[in-house]
Structures are given as structure tokens and as C-alpha cells.
Design a protein around this ligand. Structure first.
Ligand code: FAD
Length: 434
């Protein structure tokens, strides 16, 4: 059996892996010391592009354009970058067994990789309707979106089913972004989700009302309060209809399912402490096993600002947790220490000409400000969340970079608020004076 040894191995070749590689280079890494092992065939890239620019008919995003670290305004790490730095990119290689006691990883093809220090960056996988035994869910042209291969299959289907009908199952941000992308491709789009409004884990009813109204104005149909319970197919085995629990039937040439994900931690079951569905880490992303770190979607880490353990499935945290882990590893080697991770939750989404950002925690009472009329040309509005008399979260649609910075500061500083009324009246002016 082929065996290779590296001082550092990053398992997974996604967002966190790319940002970790850049940080290793900044901190100093010798040629041959670091390897990234990924089951994907390409170097780390900015995953959020897959549900946005990658699917657009014009101005289409393609590799190498969106390799990391362009998403945060950094230098693009194309495959040549890794070569120049002597960082080994071991692609199209799935690890099927991890033995943390012997510090070894085995691939599906039978290679053995040994490490001194391991960074787990395996991210998440999508939840599939076949996981729940939904009848007909394995039909052709039912898609999921996690990796570039999935996106390529969807792009082919969009071309093959020109002007056809698409059903998007799921009302989260992936569902909203995909619906917009398919509409821009001239498909007739219907969204289906069980909740009373879209993005219910973040959006209030008021926020959702804007997006649902805006989507309706774009010609996207929204079916709420029900779920897909089965699919029927044509003679080629391609999806033809989506059967809903409430008895309705929707025609479909393409179905895209975005009903959530779960972290890929199965390789380490029983070998590491877990918490809240992820791998438990400290504020340096160290796991319960020495020399093993976990970052990005897989890590359940102490969110210092709120004094609790959390798992965060967003790109900003993937980048920052990776950098923090590498800084901690390098400092440790020199007998030094780094500050504990002090993360301010941040996520964003973009669709059509819309773009929102959210910072902080969406707990307590919420209040909306600004112009949230879906028909208005301006559509600049936002929300604050107030808990125990303090503003703890802020959301803004169509903010300028300065305005987004201002709401981020509010969420970090947590200023006191007199009343919901005051916040609603002051709107962005409240954030600007913090
Ligand atoms: P990933 O980027 O998922 O990387 C994991 C890597 O590990 C993959 O390369 C995978 O193939 C590899 N891997 C897994 N298991 C193995 C194995 N056994 N062997 C070898 N390799 C393995 N977040 C936002 O904040 N805003 C957005 O707009 C946004 N848009 C998104 C759009 C899409 C379509 C998706 C899927 C996600 C989006 N996200 C967004 C979430 C964000 O992309 C993730 O939180 C982020 O990619 C997590 O980084 P990661 O490195 O932990 O995992």
C-alpha cells in the first residue's frame, strides 16, 4: 500500500482548506510539509458562487475565476500557487477511514496518509429526500447543490430544458438563490416549502414579506405550508411531476432540492468529542484529541460573545476559523499563544439585484425600519433584534459598504435601545452613530 507522510494534513478541499493554506503560507511552511486532501477534482474555491454566478446565463462565473481567496478580496489561489509553495494538492481522493490513534487516513483507492497535525475541514453534505424515503426522489433531473460537479449537472439540465418548468424544494437562502438563478435562465419557477414564510430561521414575517413579494413580482410562484411527498417520471425516468402533501401536483422538468445540510463528521465517530451535531473544539479549534483540529462547518466552538457553543455553516466563519486554527498551530510550535476566537456571526445572500447582510444574533424582539415595499425601486430596509434592552442583531438589505459596517458594529457593541419605536424611527441613523 502506498504511504505518504506530511507534517500537516488538511482533510477537505473547500473554503476552510483554501484559507488555511494561505495562512500556513503567511506563517511559513516548508515545501512538502503541507497537503490538502479533497474528494473534489479542483483546488479550493469560493463555494457560495455555485448558487449565484455559476448558474447565470451571462457574466457566468467559472474556475479559475473564483478560487479562494477572491471572495474576501484576497489574491486568487489557482492550482499553480500551491505548486509554487510546495503545498501538495491531493485531489479526487476520498478518505474513507480515519484512525486518529495511529495518525493515519486511508483513501478509497487504498493510499495511506500519515500526519503529525490534522485539520478536519470536511464541511457539510446535503440532506437528500431519498434519506426520508420520499417516493420517486431518485428520478433523473432532481438535483442538489453542494459541489462543483452538482452545479455542472444542473447547468446541463438548464440548457437541456430551455424555457421549461422548475420546482425548488426548500425556502432557505439556497432555495431563494436557486429560484432567482433559474428564473434568470427563463425557467418557469415554483418554490415549495412547509414553513409560513421563507428563511424562517433568520427572517421575521416582516422581512420575509418583502422577499416573497419581490419574488412574486418577478413571476416566481410560491407554495407554502406543504411539502413534496413524491415524484412521477416520464418514460425516460426524468421527473415530470411533484406531488405535494396537500394533494396539489406541480409539473416539473427540473427539481432542485435545498432542504439543509449536515456536517461530515462520520469518519471520526467515537474518536472525538462531539457537541450539537459537530466536532467539539475550543477557541483555537483544537478538538478533544491532541494534534487534531476541526474548522468550518464541522466545528462546534465557543462563541465567546454569547457564552455558548455553536456550529456555524457560513463562509465567513469557514475562512476565519481556518485562519485561527493555523495561527494557533504555528504559535504553539513556537511556545507562544494567540487570542481566543471571538467571532461575530455574519452571513449574507445575493439574488436578482438584492443583497442582504446579517450580523449578530436573531433573538428577542425584532423591529423593521426603512422602505420594505417590494414594488419600490429603492428597497433599502433592515431589522434590529433587541434582547434585555440591548440591540444584539442587525439585518440590512441593499446596504452600502459603510452601512453594512455600521450594522456590524451595532451587533458587536450591543448598544442599549430605549424602545422598538425609537429604533424603527431612527433606522440606519441609529447604527451610524454607534
Ligand atoms: P466545504 O467548503 O464544504 O468544503 C469541504 C470539502 O471537504 C469539500 O471539498 C469536500 O469534497 C471535502 N470532503 C468531505 N469529505 C471528504 C472526504 N471524506 N475525503 C476527502 N474530501 C472530503 N455561506 C454564506 O455565508 N453565504 C452564502 O451566500 C453561501 N452560499 C452557499 C451556496 C452553496 C451552493 C453552498 C453549498 C453553500 C453556501 N454557503 C454560503 C455556505 C458555505 O459555502 C459553507 O459554510 C462553507 O463552504 C464551509 O466551508 P468548509 O471548508 O467547512 O466546507
Amino acid at each position: 500500500m502506498a504511504e505518504k507522510h506530511f507534517k500537516y494534513i488538511i482533510l477537505g478541499g473547500g473554503v476552510a482548506a483554501g484559507y488555511a493554506a494561505r495562512e500556513f503560507d503567511k506563517q511559513g511552511v516548508k515545501p512538502g510539509e503541507l497537503a490538502i486532501i479533497s474528494k473534489e477534482a479542483v483546488a479550493p474555491y469560493e463555494r457560495p458562487a455555485l448558487s449565484k454566478g455559476y448558474l447565470f446565463p451571462e457574466g457566468t462565473a467559472r474556475l479559475p475565476g473564483f478560487h479562494v481567496c477572491v471572495g474576501s478580496g484576497g489574491e486568487r489561489l489557482a492550482p499553480e500557487w500551491y505548486k509554487e509553495k510546495g503545498i501538495e494538492l491531493i485531489l479526487s481522493t476520498e478518505i474513507v477511514k480515519a484512525d486518529l490513534s495511529s495518525k493515519s487516513l486511508s483513501s478509497a483507492a487504498g493510499e495511506l496518509f500519515k500526519y503529525d497535525i490534522l485539520i478536519i475541514a470536511t464541511g457539510s453534505t446535503v440532506i437528500r429526500l431519498t434519506d426520508f424515503g420520499v417516493q420517486g426522489a431518485d428520478a433523473k433531473n432532481i438535483f442538489y447543490l453542494r459541489e462543483i460537479d452538482d452545479a455542472d449537472k444542473l447547468v446541463e439540465a438548464i440548457k437541456a430544458k430551455k424555457n421549461g418548468k422548475a420546482v425548488i424544494v426548500g425556502g432557505g437562502y439556497i432555495g431563494l438563490e436557486l429560484s432567482a438563478a433559474l428564473k434568470i435562465n427563463n425557467l418557469d419557477v415554483t418554490m415549495v416549502y412547509p414553513e409560513p414564510w421563507c428563511m424562517p430561521r433568520l427572517f421575521t414575517a416582516d422581512i420575509a414579506k418583502f422577499y416573497e413579494g419581490y419574488y412574486a413580482n418577478k413571476g416566481i410562484k410560491i407554495v407554502k405550508g406543504t411539502v413534496a411527498v413524491g415524484f412521477s417520471t416520464n418514460d425516460n425516468g426524468e421527473v415530470k411531476e411533484v406531488h405535494l402533501k396537500d394533494g396539489r401536483v406541480l409539473e416539473a422538468d427540473i427539481v432542485v432540492v435545498g432542504v439543509g445540510g449536515r456536517p461530515l463528521t462520520a469518519l471520526f465517530k467515537g474518536q472525538l468529542a462531539e457537541e450539537k451535531g459537530g466536532i467539539k473544539t475550543d477557541g483555537f479549534f483544537k478538538t478533544s484529541v491532541p494534534d487534531v483540529y476541526a474548522v468550518g462547518d464541522t466545528a462546534t466552538f465557543p462563541l465567546k460573545l454569547y457564552g455558548e457553543l455553536r456550529r456555524v455553516e457560513h463562509v465567513d466563519h469557514a475562512r476565519k476559523s481556518a485562519e485561527q486554527a493555523v495561527k494557533a498551530i504555528k504559535a504553539n510550535e513556537e511556545g507562544k499563544s494567540v487570542e481566543e476566537y471571538d467571532y461575530l456571526p455574519y452571513f449574507y445572500s445575493r439574488a436578482f439585484d438584492l443583497s442582504w447582510q446579517f450580523y449578530g444574533d436573531n433573538v428577542g424582539d425584532a423591529v423593521t425600519f426603512g422602505d420594505s415595499d417590494p414594488a419600490s425601486a429603492q428597497h433599502k430596509f433592515g431589522s434590529y433584534w433587541i434582547k434585555d434592552g440591548k440591540v444584539v442583531g442587525a439585518f440590512l438589505e441593499s446596504g452600502t459598504p459603510e452601512e453594512n459596517k455600521a450594522i456590524a458594529k451595532v451587533a458587536r457593541v450591543q448598544p442599549p435601545a430605549e424602545s422598538l419605536d425609537q429604533l424603527s424611527k431612527e433606522g440606519l441613523a441609529f447604527a451610524s452613530k454607534i
